[in-house]
Write a protein that binds this ligand. Structure first.
Ligand code: LRH
Ligand code: MN
Ligand code: MN
Length: 388
């Protein structure tokens, strides 16, 4: 069995935030499939998220999306979460589902539309204060479909101004992360399409503004680990939205489409200090489970991150440095691949058991009776907000 003793500290620190929207029904524009046990309330989503943490010890926080997860009393929601053994994590804003923002939100040429969008974000900051959340995550659907439709330059300027207003509302311990995506729903231009644009915008704001990298938001063939390296080097990688993709923004289980890519990303996270003590790098899932069971889907996801993290931590850095220094191309590659091909699963099962967790979280969840209970209790569960 692989010896994990040298990397135990980092493994103990690994924490992956799960998204509230992973537990609701979701689908594609063709069909949203209903599943049994669908949460009817935010509390039920949090309760489901808590099961992931219970069986893996890896998911101590759950992200909310506003207004999907709007409640009257956020302090009470925070207490509810604590009772379930989890915290409220990132607060995600949403300006992509209101008619007001059909032609843009923080980038719109009309100051009244921009004001409404800024107000929404400031409301999210108030929610963060009540829930104890650190991060405000901003992803904008802003963009255009046709060349000439709008003035791209004006929109960058408007974005800078809007973000500065939101930034001014952040508390000392709060941050904002700006997520980029190369296309969709806009198909000609997107206002925050790439890490460079996100970086340029957040760099102008200050230390509390960083970039969010969603692994599904790049063109095919993009070297994502290079972007991870660069943003960590610049001190501007705030957080990840993990998922995997075959074609577009597929939101599939992280590490399912390309485990090697996840390994390469995690090696750069390790290299850039993203797992060091005191790191402020956020690791979050942003996934939807359209056809698979949702809670087990999330359990599988956090385990995939843990497995690839362990492999990344096992890279023999000394041998690798020596091979690099002597320009041993094949030797360096072999050292790297040896770590990737190491099966860490038995050792991680033992690691879990030594911490009072189930060796096999998937089996433990299946045996827990939780799914049967929610299938019975949650009659009349509604469509979640995502994928409608
Ligand atoms: C946009 C996105 C963003 C949203 C989430 C639901 O594609 O990745 O993070 O908040 O999906
Ligand atoms: Mn995302
Ligand atoms: Mn996405």
């Amino acid at each position: 069995m692989t010896d994990l003793s040298a990397i135990e500290k980092q493994l103990d620190r690994l924490a992956i935030e799960v998204p509230s929207w992973a537990y609701g029904n979701s689908g594609t524009r063709f069909k949203v499939f209903a599943t049994e046990g669908t949460p009817r309330t935010v509390e039920e989503k949090i309760s489901d998220a808590a099961q992931v943490n219970k069986s893996t010890g890896l998911a101590p926080a759950v992200a909310l999306h506003i207004p999907w997860d709007k409640v009257d009393d956020y302090a009470a929601l925070r207490r509810y979460a604590a009772d379930q053994g989890v915290e409220i994590g990132t607060i995600n804003s949403n300006t992509f589902q209101a008619d007001t923002y059909k032609f843009g939100s923080l980038t719109h040429h009309d100051p009244a539309v921009r004001r409404a969008a800024v107000e929404h974000h400031l409301e999210c900051v108030d929610i963060m204060t009540a829930t104890g959340s650190r991060d405000l995550k901003i992803w904008l659907a802003d963009g255009t479909n046709y060349p000439g439709q709008q003035d791209m330059r004006q929109r960058q300027d408007a974005l800078a101004e809007s973000l500065a207003q939101i930034y001014a509302g952040l508390g000392d311990d709060q941050r904002m992360v700006l997520e980029y995506k190369f296309f969709e729903p806009a198909f000609y231009h997107t206002d925050v399409p790439d890490w460079g644009t996100s970086y340029a915008q957040v760099a102008a704001l200050g230390d509390k503004a960083k970039v969010c990298l969603d692994t599904g938001h790049h063109a095919p063939g993009t070297n994502i680990e290079f972007i991870v390296m660069q943003l960590l080097r610049l001190g501007k990688l705030g957080s990840f939205d993990f998922n995997s993709r075959f074609y577009a923004d597929d939101d599939l289980i992280v590490g399912a489409a390309d485990p090697f890519q996840l390994f390469r990303i995690m090696t750069e996270v390790v290299r850039g200090g993203g797992l060091d003590e005191g790191t402020d790098l956020g690791l979050m899932l942003d996934q939807c489970h359209n056809v698979e069971e949702k809670i087990p889907g999330q359990i599988r996801s956090v385990l995939n991150v843990q497995e690839m993290t362990a492999r990344a931590l096992l890279v023999d850095q000394e041998a690798l440095a020596a091979a690099r220094t002597s320009n041993d191309v094949l030797g360096a590659n072999q050292i790297f691949m040896d770590a990737f091909y190491t099966d860490v699963r038995p050792a991680l099962a033992a690691w879990r058991e030594s911490r009072g967790l189930p060796g096999d979280p998937m089996a433990a969840y299946a045996a827990s009776g939780y799914q049967e209970k929610i299938n019975t209790d949650r009659q009349g569960g509604q469509q979640a907000s995502w994928g409608a």
